[in-house]
Design a protein around this ligand. Structure first.
Ligand SMILES: N[C@@H](CCC(=O)N[C@@H](CS)C(=O)NCC(=O)O)C(=O)O
Length: 227
């Protein structure tokens, strides 16, 4: 029997959910093993960078979400669903859109996440700098997609799982930072697309698990504070 795919990380993590949505969409059976960043020692129980997610498959490990989803494509059975377009230039555009999301939208948000989700102090002027960078990120993304109806055309692709985790988290964090309508105001084209994504069964499942894990982790933290 082939080894089961084991996804390590936390359902509250954006990059973990990018991979999880891909696994569900590809119809690959997998097991989830909950670990927080830096929780384990590489190579036995952690990743070289300390980051999550990572994948274990038999005796092998794959680190970095993009390497993981490309591995999933490499091992899927011939004729089974794929999350990459078949035409090479469209495949390249799909990978390009993932990079836009990760480099020009997620990366500038990191200091804001640290502040609104983890209570760290934000350097002076950081929010304004992030908002400027986001405007550029949205411009790049929208220059290269017609949202017709998905990011890379007619079929849901790896770019869409990345888009959901990053865009929904950006919206949530900006609402907490007092900019609830920023995405709507600066990239109104994304509203219908985000609605479509939120109705996708793979996204509904990942979101339900994220909410549940988030509630549990918060309760554990509060209990630890009280003890
Ligand atoms: N480039 C990595 C990014 C993964 C990442 O940043 N994961 C976050 C959780 S969403 C993490 O582990 N953060 C802890 C850290 O930065 O040390 C990937 O694509 O897997």
């Amino acid at each position: 029997m082939p080894a089961l795919l084991q996804l390590y990380g936390s359902p509250i993590s954006t990059y973990y959910n990018k991979v999880k949505i891909a696994l569900i969409e590809l119809g690959l059976p997998f097991e989830e093993i909950e670990v927080m960043p830096g929780a384990g020692q590489w190579p036995d129980s952690g990743s070289p960078s300390g980051k999550i997610p990572f994948l274990r498959h038999g005796d092998g490990h794959v680190y970095e979400s993009q390497a993981i989803v490309e591995y999933l494509e490499d091992i899927r059975a011939a004729g089974s669903p794929t999350l990459f377009p078949s035409e090479p230039l469209q495949r390249a555009r799909c990978r390009e859109l993932i990079l836009y999301l990760e480099l020009y939208l997620d990366a500038p948000m990191r200091p804001v996440y640290q502040s609104v989700f983890w209570g760290k102090e934000m350097p002076a002027g950081q929010l304004e700098r992030t908002l400027q960078e986001l405007e550029k990120g949205f411009r790049l993304l929208l220059l290269r997609t017609g949202l017709d109806p998905w990011l890379c055309g007619e079929s849901f692709s790896h770019a869409d799982s990345a888009a959901w985790v990053h865009l929904s988290t950006i919206q949530w964090a900006l609402a907490l930072a007092g900019h609830k309508t920023f995405v709507q105001d600066h990239a109104p084209e994304l509203s219908g697309y985000l609605q479509r994504l939120s109705e996708r069964p793979s996204v509904i499942q990942a979101e339900a698990d994220r909410r549940e894990a988030s509630r549990r982790i918060k309760a554990e933290r509060n209990a630890a504070k009280g003890s």
